[in-house]
Design a binder for this molecule. Structure first.
Ligand code: CAO
Length: 596
């Protein structure tokens, strides 16, 4: 066992990048390359990966801290000789905490030093994670981006290329920040690129007018790929090229006023301050919908905020920023959604055209008390709204005859007690769902964000909705298909307890493939649950009741369990759902089928 410290790696020279999210906490077991925290600078958000695997002993930073390269992040207890491989520093000596080790400084990258060590070790390959820094920013590297003049010097056209983005792998273009004809100032964010681990804005290294984009949103690009053809402005040409003689715009004067207006609202810090009052006025006036021609690129916001806005379907052009120079922060987007949900703001969510809810003065009708909602309630509300608006829901209903299951379960109660657990219907439901998920793999899949592909998961992790005093929580039970009923019973009890005591770790609520929401202990004949996206199916379970069932000759008293399966109709068809439900009902009707 050794104590090791992980520090901030080379983040492209960014100073004082803010910690916007912690992804691990003390006590967590972490793996090599697992995200530790998310940093955000003016131009990029980046997930800092672990260079070690082991147990987190201490987290040395908190949300809001401003970090630079070499700043210590966490102390990890590692097994065996991790220290030699990781490039992380020894944590044992006081005083070392605040400075990176020499080896890290020399390479500006703990991963780099690890690479050297590993290269020197015969027969040993450096782990993939250590071979490339996964956090990066383009702020400083963009200045290295090359420009090429067109062969004809009179054309005054400049091609801007993808700068050094810290990886050889292709990254996706997720946003083009300008349209053809727009004026771009030097330093304005041109495009937003996104890899698995980071999103980054690429600033323009020249000022000019966009003649033509050379990439499309969704394209994959690498360093050196052409991004955009600019007609350089007079100033840029004077500074940047001998062939530049005249200013841009002389032949496009009709468009110039329009372009200048747009330029005043562009993404750069200075222009955002000018644009903000107008933006607020627009937001206040436009209370009904997200307009079809809304333009997120005109907003002044970092990539992490843009990503959140995309996820929540928020039109950033309508959000007023409360950050420095009226930069839009995550809280601004969240507040915007909350206001939209409460009917106090523009309903700029995906369902464009949805009329806002009117504000009602309830005190006009009697005494009222207004209680602030918990964070969890508000988050659940946003997630439900997002799923409800984005996913075409269909719900299929059926009853499972659990007469035999119930008598078996009851016969096992004494044994459950001896084992110190509780045997409710839930472990059987989990197991039956795992069975149906195995045989109906579309239910164990998710749509990719672009809707072009399905991601089939080779694991079966099932979420279980838990009703807690502060709101709804959904812990995830992993590898349900590989666990025994007793193991599942223990986990149901443990996770429900943890949820109610608010002791669940983020990792225990992530990675679900499917969800079960059981209101069986509460009551009801049926309900249509909302799919927990990006999952594509959710099983609602209502209260079992003894009912007369015709067996062909007489009515028999049977215990029937009402099931309601909601699914994402973009992925699942009625036939798929029918087969899934029929199998579920058959397995719950005769649990010997679980053996197959
Ligand atoms: N029909 C009849 N009785 C049922 C039942 C059903 N479908 N499901 C559970 N029960 C019984 C259990 O058997 C238990 O009784 P016994 O101790 O006599 O066996 C009793 O109800 C209490 O069960 P439980 O709720 O403690 O345990 P569980 O494993 O069935 O459920 C949990 C665990 C966490 C899912 C549940 O407690 C819970 O929180 N449910 C609410 C989920 C929710 O809010 N869903 C809505 C989400 S959308 O807003």
């Amino acid at each position: 066992m050794a104590k090791q410290q992980i520090t901030v790696p080379d983040i492209g020279g960014a100073e004082g990048a803010e910690v916007i999210e912690l992804l691990v906490s003390a006590g967590d077991e972490i793996k090599l390359e697992q995200g530790l925290l998310v940093l955000e600078s003016d131009k990029a958000s980046m997930e800092i990966p672990s260079t070690l695997s082991g147990k987190v002993l201490q987290v040395l930073v908190k949300v809001g801290d401003e970090l630079s390269e070499g700043h210590p992040i966490i102390v990890v207890e590692t097994a065996g000789d991790e220290a030699a491989d990781s490039g992380a520093s020894e944590a044992s000596e006081a005083g070392e905490a605040a400075k990176p080790k020499e080896s890290e400084k020399a390479g500006s990258d703990p991963a780099a030093s690890s690479r050297d060590d590993d290269a020197a070790t015969p027969g040993k390959e450096a782990p993939a994670a250590a071979q490339k820094p996964q956090s990066r920013t383009t702020q400083s590297r963009t200045t290295q981006s090359r420009t090429t003049q067109s062969a004809e010097s009179e054309s005054r056209e400049v091609t801007l290329l993808v700068p050094d983005i810290g990886t050889d792998e292709a990254v996706d273009v997720i946003e083009l920040c300008f349209k053809a004809g727009d004026e771009v100032a030097e330093g304005d964010s041109l495009v937003v690129l996104e890899s698995d681990k980071a999103s980054m804005e690429v600033p323009a290294t020249e000022a000019g007018r966009v003649v033509r984009w050379l990439v499309k949103e969704g394209a994959a690009v690498r360093e050196g790929d052409p991004l955009v053809l600019l007609e350089a402005t007079a100033q840029a040409l004077t500074e940047g090229s001998a062939s530049a003689g005249q200013g841009a715009g002389d032949t496009r004067s009709d468009d110039q006023d329009k372009a200048n207006d747009r330029s005043a609202a562009a993404t750069g810090p200075s222009s955002a301050a000018v644009a903000a009052p107008a933006k607020q006025a627009t937001a206040a006036a436009d209370v009904s919908s997200a307009s079809a021609d809304s333009d997120n690129s005109l907003a002044y916001a970092g990539p992490a905020v843009r990503k959140l806005a995309r996820e929540l379907g928020v039109d950033l052009a309508k959000v007023a920023g409360s950050g420095p120079r009226e930069r839009i922060l995550k809280e601004d987007v969240q507040g915007f959604v909350q206001r939209a949900l409460s009917g106090k703001g523009p309903a700029a969510v995906s369902g464009a055209g949805i009329p806002a809810m009117p504000e009602v003065d309830f005190s006009a009708f009697g005494v009222i008390e207004t209680v602030p909602r918990t964070k969890l309630d508000k988050l659940t509300a946003a997630n439900m709204q997002r799923s409800w608006l984005n996913v075409p829901h269909v719900t299929q209903f059926d009853d499972a005859d659990i007469t035999d299951l119930e008598s078996f379960r009851k016969s096992m109660k004494a044994e459950a007690e001896r084992r110190g657990t509780r045997l409710t219907p839930m472990p059987f439901l989990l197991k039956a769902c795992a069975h149906a998920l195995r045989d109906n793999p579309k239910f164990n899949a998710s749509l990719t964000a672009d809707g072009e592909s399905l991601v089939y998961k080779q694991y079966v992790h099932i979420g279980m909705a838990v009703d807690t005093p502060v709101g709804l929580m959904v812990p995830v039970i992993r590898d349900v298909d590989r666990k025994s009923i007793w193991e599942l019973a223990d986990e149901v009890v443990e996770l429900a307890e943890k949820a109610r005591e608010r002791k669940l770790k983020p990792a225990e609520m992530q990675g679900g493939c499917f969800t079960i929401s059981s209101l069986g202990n509460i009551g009801g004949n049926g309900f249509s649950p909302i799919v927990n996206t990006p999952e594509v199916g959710i099983l609602g379970v209502s209260r079992a009741a003894v009912k007369p069932v015709w067996d062909g000759e007489v009515f028999q008293p049977r215990t029937l369990l009402p099931l309601s399966l909601s699914y994402d109709h973009r992925v699942i068809n009625g036939g798929d759902a029918g087969r899934f439900c029929t199998q579920l009902v058959a397995v719950l009707g005769d649990i010997r089928r679980l053996l197959f």
